[in-house]
Design a protein. Sequence first.
Lengths: 309, 255, 357
Amino acid sequence: MDTFIQQIINGLTLGAVYAMVALGYTMVYGIIQLINFAHGEVVMIGAMVAFSVIGALLGLDSGLPPALIVLLGAAAAIPVCMAVAYAMERVAYRPLRGAPRLAPLITAIGVSIILQQLGMMIWSRNPLAFPQILENRIFHLGGATVSTVQLAIWLVAVSMMGALTLMIHRTRLGIAMRATSQNPQVAGLMGIDVNRVIAATFIIGAALAAIAGVMVGTYYGIAHYTMGSLLGLKAFCAAVLGGIGNLPGAMLGGLILGVVEALGAGYIGDFTGNWFGSNYQDVFAFIVLILVLVFRPSGLLGERVGDRT
Amino acid sequence: MQPLLRASDINKRFGGLQALSNVSFSIAAGQIYGLIGPNGAGKTTLFNVITGMTPADAGTVMLDGRELGQLKPHAIAQAGIARTFQNIRLFANLTALENVMVGRHARTRAGLLQAIMRTSGQRAEEAEIEARAFELLRYVGIEARVNELARNLPYGDQRRLEIARALATEPKLLALDEPAAGMNPTETGELRTLLERIRSDGVTLFLIEHDMRLMMRLCDRVLVLDFGRAIAEGPPREVQQDPAVVAAYLGTPTP
Amino acid sequence: MMKLDLSARLPWIGIVLVALALAVLPFALAGIGTTWVRITNLALLFALLALGLNIVVGFAGLLDLGYIAFYAVGAYVYALLASPQFGLHLPFWAIIPLGALVACIFGVLLGAPTLKLRGDYLAIVTLGFGEIIRIFLNNLSQPVNITNGPQGISRIDSFRLGDFDFGKSEMLFGLNFSGPIKYYYLLLLVLIVIIVVNMRLQHSRIGRAWEAIREDEVAARAMGIDTTRMKLLAFAMGASFGGIAGGIFSSMQGFISPESFVLVESIMVLAMVVLGGMGNIWGVILGALLLSFVPELLRHTIEPLQRSLFGRSIVEPEVVRMLLFGLALVLMMLYRPAGLLPSAVRRRELARKSVEP
């Protein structure tokens, strides 16, 4: 039972990260029906920039409180990621608006590779130890434990998702985004600058990705130039699980996927007589993806049916 | 006599919009049957239901006594209904000839292995497909464009190519969605000749068109849709006089 | 009436010259070093793979990002049935078709649920499938050792026909036919077969249906094409070719490990198809040869150049290779979506333009 609760807690933490990243996929997909394969790389860049800034601040011996240093790291990562996302939208996706569907998907792959290689050239090929400076107090819940880092991740994720929901429903930009996702032509006729809305969508998604990057770095204490690709893939699975194009769906899908992964990794050994172990953890996301596509392609909360070209 | 196509009580709803309510009509073999109505009346939706592109919520469609039910679009094409699209959907990067050759797909058989082995049967079939496709290009009058890419054809020729491609499937019923849209009077006149010729060659026609003069001259019967309901049906002259039709077109609220 | 018209004979003369050049090529390469024969063999193998993927991506317009997984399946089927791993040494002519079949079955299992949906789901599912296969290959060494995990499988049998062993050197017609040279001719033969298959498919009812689906799926359906079935056919066909190429790879290398089947390899094959022009057979081969040889040339030039200039390696050739793939994908899509060689379709269009100004 304690293991069960512990796995749920760990799963929800990872799930919060997936949810943050999944939002970026789902927003972009909702508006231009593009799987932005490079989104995972934005998460990596966020983690890496934060890593550099935090490392530099620690090196300065500034005496700033650790929480502030991490915040500054995130504060630096967010604009960098936004700039990267804006640049890739502008250079690699916008010129292909109206091109056959395959074209932007292929450039997305190309962009993803280029960003990964640049990440490697800047931050080295080796895994980097992400400075773990937050005081990590452990709370006991029966036999399970929750750490302050996990609490912080939940807190940040919940407030970010709340802010995003407010923004989508209450601001002019949010309304323009929803209108564009419904029908770009009509939105354009209504005086909405569709290109700006699309760029804004990329930028907002990138800000969430940057924060997610700092979260993963802090949680696992490690950063690597390839960290974005698998994380991005899983987050995309989460977005499909929740219903692609649907914001609450992405949040729910992320959390569920996190929990499924944690429970799966925790119990697969018991269920298969130790034939399979927790090293199969990464398989669950894809199994979930394929099951969703077979049985409910529109996802848990999605209304769109996937059968349109 | 049994009609070629009989649609009964077709209903289709999109969210809050009742796109089609209880639409029934039948088309006799050899007719040119028109579908008219103001913009947004549900004409294209009805076409999509008949050709299986949009499943109906309720209602039945029978072709030649056979219930089409929930058949997929490709199966309906194989059953004998071919269509064109309001905003022309050709295979843009294939040549005119290849577009029509694709239309022969449903009526030919050669599979993967025959193609790889290039069996004599497959070669004969390929030759037949090509000959038939060329013949159809000539039939609609664009044989000079045979090797041009579909996307480079002038607009009127694209419309003709779409008709040739649809005819290649050997349909019993040819459904044309606004074939005269964007055509000048000369082209429209040529189109009329072509459509009459297609009919006299034994293909029944079902067409949506806004050009009323063309419809009045061409159609044996017309069905008028307004807000998803059939408000009149009959020979064009009679329908033209129908008060409900006049009201629908002039904007007076229907009684 | 037979007149010796040189211009009519010219294509044949060209073909004969190319054939001669291809026939003597391995011996010329062997003169520089056997490494270059091996590099050429890998390039031919990648051309095979790229032609397989071309059916999926180029003809049918389906984005398959896990193509290398089918290659892996073919490679492991061969390795498990012709190596000391299980002590099995079945003949290659039995296992290669089996590998193609197993890869095909995986393709159908994966494609059946996905191909009904929008095209881009296929991209992500195949990407996931590639990862799953790799994870299984890495971990299926416990508790029963099937794949030998990350260490991979070694001492895999080479192709053998009676006494003729593709792995051994022997003197024939006074020439030294080394293992790699034998494989070179074998690969060339398979490549020609696959080129013929590709060409025949392209000009067939099935190939036209694929192209129609690529151009406009809705219109293709309206023409009576069962698009789901046709897409599945293309996908399974591509998977089988991948399986065959994998089996050849296994026997040629004599050693395989999960490291050979990572995502990057899938991307590389895709880049070959895109670079050469999707759907264009000769372009795809050109793309495969370019992306196989250029990185090797870079490895032999950039590395020594940097060492002599700076005394150390600043940009690793591996990074250059990856950037090359990434840039190829982006730039080709932006500026030359039809590929380096204009495709047959484009050629027709260009020809028309030159006739009517």
